[in-house]
Design a protein. Sequence first.
Length: 487
Amino acid sequence: MTNQQLSKKAVKGTFWVFALNLARRLLGLVRTLILARLLTPKDFGLVGVALLIISTLETFSNTGFNQALVQRKDSAEKYLNTAWTVQILRGLILSMVLFISAPYAAKFFKEPSAELVIKIFSLSLLFNGFRNIGIIYFQKELEFHKQFYYSLSIAITNLIVAIPLAFIIRNVWALVAGAIAGNVTGLVMSYIVHPYRPRFHFEVAKAKELYTFGRWIFASSILLFLLTQGDDILVGKLLGTTALGFYQMAYLISNMPATEITHVISQVTFPAYSKLQDNLPKLREAYLKVLQVTAFLSFPTAGLIFALAPDFTKIFLGEKWMPMVPAMQVLVLAGLVRSIAATAGPIFHALGKPQIDTKLQIVRLSVLAALIYPFTIKWGILGASIVVVLSIFVSNIGFCLNAIKMTQCSVKNFSKIIAFSLVNGIIMASFIFALKVNVNSVGIWKFLLFLVVSVFIYFGIIYLSDRHLDYGTISLIKESLNLLKGG
């Protein structure tokens, strides 16, 4: 595959992944806004407990085989049956472990009503274990248009099951039913959208070969779990399921744009970078472009959420969710920093050095472990949010320095990209605050007007930056659109 062909596939892949995540998150946002009105923070906290336990089990049994299959230069087909067999066995074991551990998990969180919720969720691990392993080709071959239809079907199923049930029963089981229905759809659709038909077959040599790469993914995933879920576990244990519901909702909304940006980056850039691993100049060029697009998207969305968080919560979620607003405003900074760091992670994996990612996550975990308990005890979910931001910021320094070193890009070019977007985002957020000072109350129409005005302001700043400071964002967007239209 030529560099031009790869660029076209990467740009088209980015479009499809972005479209998928936009559609899925819009559906998810509609679902969340409706269910937040119908259900209580405690209902969300109960599901949050079940998902925490599932995440724990999945993380501590992660083989890293899927990432290893994507990273390989040669064909992955001869490894698929072994990987699928391991996947099924893992799903069966995890499902049984989750079912058996449900009473103990409920006791740990001091929430007896969580036991049955956790037991029902054990089915999701079983369904996921039997999914068609062939869908890894969507990522390996940058065929994200197929991933679009597959993942969207899961999100739609969750939506159309959960919302009607919530109107009828008004309790946590609407959330549970939606999630399980989505998992069943994922299992069925995996065999509809991809023609590969796996069979039970296990070869020790092939499993060991995949594990050589996957072990670092395993180690990194454990650290990532402790970093992303450790705060949830502590909040649920110390402050209860209602506080956990507030905290998880604050994290979900504040990090939604950043999560989608990082999701797009990791899905598209990892396979694309893997194909460029022997061409450093092209790899460096691709990395800087990805960084620029990421910064272009991340800073204004972070500014918007920070400035409009109280108004969004009051208008769309209701007064009962207002206690989470300060935590949401702090966590949006964590999402912003995380989206920048996410541009570097795929570089480490693509160049066969996932251990760098692992070591940097250890630094982040050290900061989190040292501060999370005293901050949470003293300031509740706001304290937990502050520690999350500090831990991500410290590790992000290492991510950026290693990415600069491995791609051999100049510190000047890197800093220029970040500085321009930072300044532009601050200007836009400041303008919103200035508007709000002169407005007595913000209703839905004023809220939407603020959004529209903010977008125009930001693009105006970008236009001036391109014209007078040679920032190059508009030309990069045009280049991407031309690649998207071509071939």
